[in-house]
Structure formats: C-alpha cells, structure tokens
Design a protein around this ligand. Structure first.
Ligand code: AQP
Length: 327
C-alpha cells in the first residue's frame, strides 16, 4: 500500500472535468492505497473568494467527494485548514523556496496575467502545495499536466531540505491515472474545463440539473463539418465531446465514430447529454442524501484527527532539524 495524497480547491462548483480527471481516480486509488484526499481551502483563497460562497463550496465539494464514492473508512477525507500543520510547514518551506523558482511557474503566470493586484499567496502557492505533500511522507501524487511543474518543485524542496538538514522527507513521485482524460471547455476547446470560469456554459457542473446539462451540451461549440471523428488537432471541439462520451460510457472512441457515422452532430450530442446525465444523476442523489444527513461534520472531524497525527509529527521533526526550540 503506497501513500497517496491529492486535493481539490473549493474555488467553484466541481465540474465534470474534476470528476473524470480526479475524483473518479481517487475512488479507484482508495482500493489499493492509503489515501489522503483534501479539500484545499487554503489554496482557494489565493484568489479572492466571497466568504459565504467559500463556506458553501467547501461543504459541497466535500459532499461530492463522498457522493462520488470516497469512503471515509478507506480514505482520509479532510479540509486542509483543519490541519494546522499545512500552514506551518507551508511557511517553513516558503523560506527555503527561491523567488526565481516561483517566477518560473506557468500556473502563476496564467492566473496572474492581466490582473492589476496579485496576492502574494498566489505566488507562494507551490510552497504550500509542497507542504501538503511532504507532511504525509507521500509516495504518489496524482497530477494533471498543469501540476507537474509544482510537483517538480516539491521534489526539489524535499531534496534541498534533506541536503541542508539531513534526511527528513520522502521524495514523492507523480502518478498518471490509468483512466481519465483532460476535459476541455465547452465554449473553447483550447482551454481546460474549469470550475472558476465565469461562463457557466463553459462547464458541466457535477450538480447541474439534467435539463441544464442537455442545454449546455446542445449549445457546446462544434465545427462546420458533420463527421463525428476523433482528431484533436483538426477537430478539437468534437474530439473533446467524444472524450466525454467515452469517459461516461462503455464505448470506445472508435465505437462512437462507428455509431454516429454519417449522422451529423445532432444525434451524437443528444445521446451524449443522456450519457452524462446518467453518470451524474446517481451522484447527485447521494449528494442530496449526504447534505441532508448532517454526516459531513463527523467525517471531516475524523479525517482531520487522523491526518493531524501524522502531520504534527512531521512538523515537529522539521522544526527540530531547523533549530527551533520545541515546546
Ligand atoms: N478539465 C479537467 N479535465 C481533467 N481533470 C481536471 N481537473 C481539473 N480540471 C480538469 C483535475 O481536478 C483536480 C482539481 O484541481 P484543483 O481544484 O486544485 O484545480 P484545477 O486543476 O485548477 O481545477 P479547476 O477546476 O480548473 O479549478 P480552478 O478553476 O479553480 O483553477 C486536479 O487533479 C485536476 O488535474
């Protein structure tokens, strides 16, 4: 059993991209590994968040973790802010991080571009992410393409600390999920589907009503052709819709091409909507049950307690090595 850690920001409503690219894999991983899955609320505030919305989104994301199949008996499910060691080790590692390293991070460049005032937390975010991972002796970190650079920095920081203060941190590896795809935006297939996109038509939220899903898919941008073929270079929009279809059904991309040959986009989009609705409906039903049961608090309390035991011990070890006088 390897130790696995991953997190999702409560920076909006979870999307079908979050489900296909992250949550569904978490559910598989918990069967084989010791898993830590966090709602990373401290990361979410690196861009402005409305307090009431942040609270609601945090509860909603946690409930969607459980509704998607994360089992608190198998996985540690918790909020990042409930385990104080994250902020503490985040600061300690920030002091070890070079400005030049943070300046090279493409996610910082993307998220800060065009903004007038940029919070320092957006800049130092990768040091906090390194702390998240290193606190738990994590061996595997499921990462999408956009997080690979941050994981590399985590590995560099762990090496740096170990060289300076003696062997302390395990060097984590990235994990490429067995299943899953990068799902692109419905209105612009050059951008990934993102929960913080201000245009709600660009994503399918995991909690969208069936009719909303149907409408969003019927309005999804395609091209002027009519062939349902998978060719991301020349047909990025249709290829993205096909990836969603394949991810939410038993059909392969080849099966989908054969099924809709010569029919144009209409029948394909109609069936795609039903396949997505069928994937999300049972999760939505469980979600409503979980929200009304009030079980979240207990799950989060237990998850934070389990995580804190490991995280506090790591911080103590780190502080001792760095020369802090321990209480
Ligand atoms: N479109 C996507 N396709 C596949 N996987 C995706 N993930 C996110 N979008 C897609 C995966 O979901 C996890 C969530 O990571 P996050 O919440 O830390 O932030 P993110 O990757 O930046 O996701 P969003 O939805 O785009 O959030 P915002 O808009 O707040 O930046 C990760 O495992 C990610 O790979």
């Amino acid at each position: 059993m390897k130790r696995v850690l991953s997190g999702i920001q409560p920076s909006g409503q979870l999307t079908l991209g979050n489900y296909i690219g992250a949550l569904r894999n978490y559910v598989l991983l918990q069967e084989e590994h010791q898993c830590f899955f966090m709602v990373v609320d401290l990361h979410a505030i690196t861009v402005p968040q409305d307090p009431a919305a942040l609270r609601e989104q945090t509860e909603s994301v946690t409930a969607l973790f459980l509704a998607s199949g994360l089992d608190p008996a198998k996985s540690n499910v918790f909020l990042q802010s409930h385990v104080r060691a994250h902020a503490e080790l985040g600061w300690l590692l920030t002091t070890l991080t070079y400005m030049g390293e943070l300046e090279r991070m493409t996610q910082f460049k993307d998220k800060s571009s065009g903004k007038e005032s940029i919070g320092a937390g957006l800049f130092t975010y990768p040091s906090l992410m390194a702390a998240d991972i290193l606190l738990y002796d994590t061996e595997l970190v499921p990462v999408g393409d956009d997080q690979k650079q941050h994981l590399e920095l985590t590995r560099d920081l762990a090496h740096r600390f170990n060289q300076r203060y003696g062997d302390t941190f395990r060097i984590p590896d990235g994990y490429i999920p067995k299943v899953g795809a990068r799902i692109m935006s419905l209105d612009d297939a050059s951008k990934k589907m993102s929960k913080s996109n201000p245009n709600a038509g660009s994503y399918i939220a995991m909690l969208d009503e069936p009719d909303v899903i149907r409408k969003k898919i019927s309005r999804a941008v395609t091209d002027s052709g009519r062939e349902v073929t998978h060719d991301p270079a020349s047909k990025p929009e249709v290829s993205n819709l096909m990836s969603i279809y394949a991810s939410c059904s038993d059909l392969s991309l080849g099966d989908i091409e054969a099924k809709y040959a010569g029919q144009g986009y209409g029948p394909f989009k109609k069936d795609l909507a039903e396949v997505v609705v069928a994937t999300l409906e049972p999760i939505q039903k469980r979600y409503r049950e979980i929200r009304s049961s009030g079980e979240l608090q207990a799950v989060l309390k237990q998850g934070a307690e389990n995580a804190s035991v490991i995280a506090e011990a790591t911080v103590r070890k780190v502080k001792e090595k760095m020369g802090f006088v321990l209480p």
